[in-house]
Write a protein that binds this ligand. Structure first.
Ligand code: HEC
Ligand code: HEC
Length: 407
């Protein structure tokens, strides 16, 4: 009886030691593995309030956007820039200058005169046996870093009337700021959004750095075609041969990706209750930043409840502004002049370094490596606001930057 009891005690001791080891391991694991980032540090989740059916489509779109990497077998190229949406839009945050796109073509009265030489977008990579594109002599070009892809469903649902109400083409109020929408002809496959206003067959476009795309379907179809060399029923022509092919991405996948973009949540502001952040928000208004970077917009009706009739805070007016000669790359799109850029949304600004290798690359081509530099490069219609920024005391500048980083 005695020996088995000893053995039993020994067994229990062994278990205890094992357990203790496991405990040490768990505790040290907790130290090694960083804790999950908080929700307000992430950009790539869905808006709150989706139904379970909507969440399922979101996940399908998420997988297509991030995991569907195209190869020669699945239609890539033959000339292209990247092999998936996620390559350039990692974690849906801003992209690094490594993933910059180049667009080219000097416009004349008939639009971009280099369209039959591969314009507007440079496909700088090619499958083996094919030659990547080069910018033809005489063309001007501009570089674009990938923007963050968050909250776009809200932006899509702002009515044209609201956008026009912010425009002031002749600067009637005399504040030196004269935002205009980018009016463009749009492809036949696009259906009119609710609350669209058209003029001489042209429509107000709002996505992209020069506001060249009408809605998220337009942007997505172009991205497949121009960025990855992938045809769809919407845009069946191959970028290299100019010939129509069978769709290389299905309509289902395109629609899922559009839904995914529409239902990506808006960035959540951090430290909203911090007194300095709040003071910074006031300085932002006082020195005229808010004249273009509009704090609050509203959506119209949507069949997706989570997006319908909502107030949101993107810090953009979706209009084009002349930003002066320093930011003039000599490249246009639709009605946008070479010096004109669409006011970028500032929500998520403070999270940019998370997806830009730990630092900032701001403005359309990433030339500004701090927020302060980006402001100091504002010219043209924003010159006055820039001067007011430079005249702030250091304390005022600090609280303004703190506010911008909280977005
Ligand atoms: C080679 C890099 C690259 C790839 C690949 C790419 N994008 Fe983009 N994306 C960009 C850049 C650069 C812009 C800005 C272009 C512009 O302003 O006209 C952009 C703009 C966008 C926008 C507009 C955002 C806004 O704020 O207006 C959306 C939406 C978008 N991309 C979705 C996609 C989807 C969907 C795919 C895949 C089908 C994709 N992108 C593939 C680089 C890329
Ligand atoms: C006249 C309109 C206008 C005014 C006023 C204005 N901005 Fe801008 N802002 C823009 C446009 C347009 C761009 C994009 C320029 C580009 O990409 O080359 C921009 C870009 C930025 C960026 C870089 C964003 C990014 O994602 O790369 C920041 C930051 C910014 N503005 C902050 C401010 C602040 C702070 C003020 C006030 C001092 C201000 N802006 C005033 C129109 C304006």
């Amino acid at each position: 009886m005695f020996v088995p009891l000893l053995i039993q005690i020994y067994d229990i001791m062994k278990q205890l030691i094992l357990f203790a080891n496991l405990f040490v391991l768990l505790v040290s694991c907790e130290k090694l593995v960083p804790s999950l980032p908080a929700d307000d540090e992430l950009l790539d989740g869905p808006v709150e309030g989706l139904t379970s059916a909507q969440q399922a489509i979101f996940l399908e779109g998420d997988a297509a956007f991030n995991n569907q990497v195209f190869t020669a077998e699945t239609g890539l190229g033959s000339i292209f820039v990247a092999t998936s949406c996620g390559t350039c839009h990692a974690g849906d945050g801003k992209g690094h200058p490594f993933t910059t796109l180049t667009r080219f073509g000097q416009p004349d009265t008939n639009g971009n005169q280099f369209l039959n030489q591969g314009a507007p977008q440079l496909q700088n990579r090619a499958l083996p046996g094919f030659t990547p594109e080069q910018i033809p002599a005489g063309a001007t070009s501009s570089k674009f870093t990938p923007p963050a892809n968050t909250g776009l469903g809200f932006i899509e649902l702002v009515s044209d009337a609201d956008i026009l109400a912010m425009a002031d083409p002749n600067d009637a109020d005399g504040d030196g700021i004269s935002g205009v929408p980018n009016w463009k002809h749009i492809p036949d496959y696009l259906e009119e959004l609710d609350n669209t206003i058209s003029q001489n067959g042209k429509y107000i476009c709002r996505f992209g750095k020069k506001a060249g795309a009408y809605n998220l379907l337009h942007q997505t179809v172009n991205a497949y075609n121009q960025d990855i060399g992938i045809t769809s029923v919407f845009e069946p022509k191959d970028v290299y041969s100019g010939l129509e092919t069978d769709p290389e991405v299905s309509t289902q996948v395109v629609n899922d990706v559009v839904f995914y973009l529409q239902t990506l949540k808006a960035p959540i502001q951090r430290n909203q209750d911090d007194a300095q952040v709040q003071q910074g928000g006031q300085v932002f208004i006082n020195i005229g930043c808010e004249n273009c970077h509009k704090q609050t917009l509203t959506t119209g009706f949507s069949s997706v409840d989570a997006l319908s009739n909502k107030e949101f805070h993107p810090y953009t007016d979706l209009l084009l502004h002349d930003m002066g000669s320093g930011l003039d790359d000599g490249y246009t799109e639709g009605g946008a002049l070479t010096s004109e850029w669409r006011t970028p949304a500032l929500w998520g600004l403070g999270l940019s370094p998370n997806s830009q290798g730990g630092q900032y690359f701001l403005l359309h081509d990433g030339r500004a490596t701090t927020i302060q530099q980006a402001i100091e490069m504002h010219g043209g219609e924003a010159e006055n606001s820039n001067i007011q920024f430079q005249n702030l005391s250091q304390t005022e500048k600090d609280v303004l930057l703190k506010f911008l980083k909280s977005l």
